[in-house]
Design a protein around this ligand. Sequence first.
Ligand code: NAD
Length: 371
Amino acid sequence: MEERNKMKKWKVALIGCGSIADNTYLPRIKDIPEADMVAVCDIIPERAKDYAEKFNVPAWYTSIDELLEKCDFEILMNTTSIPAHHEINMKALKAGKHLYSQKPVGLTVAEVTEQIEAAKAAGVKYAASPIHMLRDDIRFAKKLIEDGCIGEIMKVHTNVCHGGPEYFQYRTADPTWFHRPGSGALYDMGVHGLTMTTGILGPAKAVGCMAKISEPVRTVRSGTFDGMKIQADQLYDNYIITLDYGDRAMAVVESGFCQKDSKAPQMEIFGTKGTISLANDWSMNPMDSLEVYLDAPERGIRGWLKPMEWDIPACEMNFFQCKVVQDLIYAIEEDRPVGLPPEHARHVVDIMCTIPEAIETKSIVPLHTTF
Ligand SMILES: NC(=O)c1ccc[n+]([C@@H]2O[C@H](COP(=O)([O-])OP(=O)(O)OC[C@H]3O[C@@H](n4cnc5c(N)ncnc54)[C@H](O)[C@@H]3O)[C@@H](O)[C@H]2O)c1
């Protein structure tokens, strides 16, 4: 692109030198030509120092305050543990930094609203993880739905679970915090299924939920803390969430640290004229992951179909996460909305904050936010 040839390199800093920084962002951010990693930061000094050395980043710091005071940067990637997000996001936004924050960006609707207002006041762009609404397969599914391909949507079924952060991933940081209040399976995993479902269907009107504690004691299965036992009996780890869309549509979102693995699709969308099924393979390329069932007897078609050849090359998850940062950069340069608006994230936080009441009262509880 003409404009892009005069490319500016944006100074990017990352805070939170943990698992996702190590396995996803820092190895691939160098492949985003518009991004220049200038600093990493972690409250554990050795982690910040090690990551700076490992990924060739020129500077490291040990707190958001020190980072803001001493480092000249323009974009912050916040990959800290969940309870740290709000305070760091607020400090960065108030300091006039553009921001991409890991999910959930805050723990209450009020916190996310405060962040949205701070971004507006500072005139900066703010992108909120998770990344699903930038995935090619989900965008393709959404376009098919908007074109009326599968008729009127009646039901969505989403299943995004894994066996727990201590189970499914190599970790050098202690994963105990995932099982403590202020985090948990709903905030870490529920956020995925809820973002995908509301991304497809729009804001929900009300939420219901059943939840259980499936594994009250967990064992770390890799890395520095291999074999360590974690008491995990304070928070539910297995959720079946229902979303009400009024009239004819509703959704079921299964989420938690309760599936070692699964062959179920990640998402199925059922319409009056057909079904869209998205496999659980995270390839994000519609050709690999998407199938459409069409009931169109007037055209002589009834059965499962695949998308035509896809001219966007498949890109693996780690690089894709960095392309999300690239979307933020393009949004800044073009002064257009980001692909992952925090207003959507706030609606998902609203659902997650309403779920405890739905569980306790065994009822469907109205939601009040939209996006
Ligand atoms: N691991 C994954 O694959 C993955 C995937 C998607 C999203 N996420 C999200 O990314 C975030 C981080 O997850 P993770 O698995 O990398 O966790 P982690 O525990 O491996 O890493 C978190 C890091 O943040 C640091 N930290 C905590 N509070 C801090 C503060 N106030 N200032 C500076 N550093 C601080 C910790 O010391 C630690 O090094 C979470 O929001 C998680 O939900 C992780």
